[in-house]
Design a protein around this ligand. Structure first.
Ligand code: ADP
Ligand code: MG
Length: 379
C-alpha cells in the first residue's frame, strides 16, 4: 500500500520544516483541528514557533535537526522551497513526508520546473538556460529584447532577477553557472490558482486570484479575478493538470501570466501561497486547513468563495503608517500580523489585510492611501 495514503489522526503531531508566516497560519489551522504542531527554524521564536507546541532551533540543511523534528512528528511537511531536497529525500526513507522530495527538487529549481512544464506540454514563457556570458548574449538575441535573467535557485520576491532591455545591458551582468533567461512579456495581468491534492489523487482548486505585484513583490490579490469565464476555466484546469502531472501532494500554487495570446505559466510553489491568503476568511476552507487536510489524508474541504474580497500585503515599509491607525480601522478590515521580530525591514512581508469588497479598485485605493503607498505601480 502507498504509505502516503495513511491518515494522520487528530491529536497526532504535524512537524513543519520552516518557521515563517506560511507555517504559522498552517499551524494555527492544524491546532484548531486538534493536531499537535512542532516546527524547525533557525530563528528562535519564529512566526510559526510562536504558535506551535514546540520549536526546534536549527538550520534546514542540518539533517540531525530535521531528524529530531521528524522523531517528534507523525507527519512532516515543508512550508517553503529553500529546504534542502537532499535532507527531505533522506527523511522520506524513514518518516512520513507526503509532499515528498521530488516535488521540492523540481519546484525549488527554475530550470527543472520549466523543463517539467515544457515536457508535459504546458505553456511556458519562451526561455533558454544559459551558463556563460557568451551564451547569454546569443540567447538574448534569439529571444529578442527585453529579456529577464533569473537565478535557478533561491530567488523570491524578484530577488536574483535582472531585466535586460538591450545588448548594452549585457555588460552589467556576469553569468556563472546555469541561469534562466526569459522573454520579458507585455502582460495583461497576473493570476494564480492554489490547488490541493491528496495522496489518493483527490484534487480541489481554490478560486482564481487576480494579482498585482509592485517591485516584483505581491501587492494585492482580488477575488473573483476579473477574467473571462473561459480564461478562468483555463487557469483552473491548467493548475489541476499541473498538480496531477507532478503527482503533487499537499498544495501547489500556480502563478500565471495573462497575455494577448492567452495564459502562460510563470512559476510553481509546493505550499500555501501569498496569493491564497484571501482564502483565510473569504473561502469556506482556507488554504492552510486544506494543506493540513491534504497531507493528513483527510477529505478536502469545499473551496467555495464566501464573498468578493481584496487582500493587501503589509510590508516593512508600511508598518509605520499602519500601526497608529490600527485601532481606528473599520471593524470589517481583517488584520493579520505575522509576529516578526526586530525593526520592520523594507520589502519584508509583515502581515496582510483582508477586506470584503464589491469595488476592489476603490478598496485598494483606500488601503494604499492609508498605508502611504503612492500611485506608481512599479515602485
Ligand atoms: P519570484 O520567484 O521572485 O516570485 P517571478 O518569476 O514570479 O519571481 O517574478 C516576479 C514578478 O516579476 C512576476 O510576478 C511578474 O510581475 C514579473 N515578471 C517575471 N518574469 C516576467 C516575464 N518574463 N515577463 C513579464 N514580467 C515578469
Ligand atoms: Mg513569483
Amino acid at each position: 500500500m502507498n504509505k502516503n495514503l495513511r491518515t494522520v489522526r487528530l491529536g497526532e503531531t504535524i512537524g513543519i520544516l520552516g518557521g515563517g508566516q506560511l507555517g504559522r497560519m498552517t499551524a494555527m489551522a492544524a491546532k484548531q483541528m486538534g493536531y499537535r504542531v512542532v516546527c524547525l527554524d533557525p530563528q528562535p521564536n519564529s512566526p510559526c514557533g510562536q504558535v506551535c507546541d514546540l520549536q526546534i532551533v536549527g538550520s534546514f540543511d542540518d539533517y540531525s535537526a530535521a531528524r529530531e523534528l521528524a522523531l517528534q512528528s507523525d507527519v512532516l511537511v515543508y512550508e517553503f522551497e529553500s529546504i534542502s531536497a537532499a535532507v527531505v529525500a533522506e527523511l522520506e526513507q524513514e518518516f512520513h513526508v507526503p509532499q515528498g522530495s521530488r516535488l521540492l527538487e523540481i519546484t525549488q529549481n527554475r530550470i527543472k520546473e520549466k523543463a517539467h512544464l515544457l515536457q508535459s506540454g504546458f505553456p511556458v514563457v519562451p526561455y533558454r538556460v544559459v551558463g556563460s556570458s557568451a551564451e547569454l548574449a546569443q540567447a538574448a538575441a534569439e529571444l529578442g529584447y527585453p529579456v529577464v535573467l533569473k537565478s535557478a535557485i533561491g530567488g523570491y520576491d524578484g530577488k536574483g532577477q535582472a531585466v535586460l532591455t538591450s545588448p548594452a545591458d549585457l555588460a552589467g551582468v556576469a553569468v556563472s553557472g546555469p541561469v534562466v533567461l526569459e522573454k520579458f512579456l507585455a502582460l495583461k495581468g497576473e493570476v494564480s490558482v492554489v490547488v490541493a491534492r491528496g495522496a489518493n489523487g483527490e484534487c480541489a482548486a481554490f478560486p482564481v486570484g487576480e494579482n498585482v505585484h509592485r517591485g516584483n513583490i505581491l501587492h494585492t490579490t482580488v477575488v473573483p479575478a476579473r477574467l473571462s469565464a473561459s480564461l478562468e476555466k483555463q487557469a483552473t484546469q491548467l493548475a489541476l493538470c499541473i498538480a496531477d502531472s507532478l503527482g503533487a501532494v499537499g498544495l501547489l500554487a500556480v502563478e500565471m501570466f495573462v497575455t494577448e495570446g492567452g495564459i502562460i505559466i510563470n512559476e510553481l510553489a509546493p505550499r500555501p501561497h501569498n496569493s491564497g491568503h484571501y482564502t483565510l476568511g473569504a473561502c469556506y476552507t482556507s488554504q492552510f486547513e486544506q494543506f493540513v487536510r491534504a497531507v493528513c489524508g483527510l477529505p478536502l474541504g469545499p473551496t467555495t468563495l464566501l464573498y468578493p474580497a481584496v487582500m493587501v500585503n503589509i510590508l516593512g515599509e508600511h508598518i509605520a503608517a499602519l500601526m497608529p491607525r490600527i485601532a481606528s480601522l473599520p471593524p470589517e478590515v481583517k488584520v493579520h500580523l505575522y509576529g516578526k521580530s526586530g525593526a520592520p525591514v523594507p520589502r519584508r512581508k509583515m502581515g496582510h489585510l483582508l477586506l470584503r469588497s464589491d469595488a476592489p479598485d476603490e478598496t485598494v485605493a483606500w488601503v494604499e492611501e492609508m498605508l502611504g503607498i503612492g500611485g506608481n505601480r512599479e515602485s
